[in-house]
Design a binder for this molecule. Sequence first.
Ligand code: CA
Length: 153
Amino acid sequence: MNYQRHSGDPGFSGRAEVAVVEEKPNGAVAPWARVLLVEDEADIRELIRYSLAQAGLEVEEASDGAEALDKLRAFVPDLIVLDLMLPGMPGLEVCRRLRSRADTARLPIMVVSAKSSPSEKALGLAMGADDYVSKPFSPRDLLMRAIALLPQR
Ligand code: CA
């Protein structure tokens, strides 16, 4: 079998992907939803914010757990993206507190962390996280997994 791919092939993915993106107004790929993003590292926070916002999600940012819990008094998100290694209150404690509060008990939580050993992952899921993304991550992968956690409308 000597099959060579070229741009005229129906199986060539480059053109097809461009076409799909162009058909989406404003580049939106996510249903409208609000996300609370908790991450202390500004460049990683910006990377995640940009990926989510470009897909049409409204993103509120917090740089630590205390700020996140404070913002939740006025802001009701559809998803929380939560870093585990935060200054002050650890991400797992934020996770535990969210699960113990009636208004956030069922809120989808995506943990994002460089702590990716099996025990850390298991602990994160045991604390009530719905998904666990290891750093470094692909922004596209993180976006798709975030969309999967959003409530069906
Ligand atoms: Ca961190």
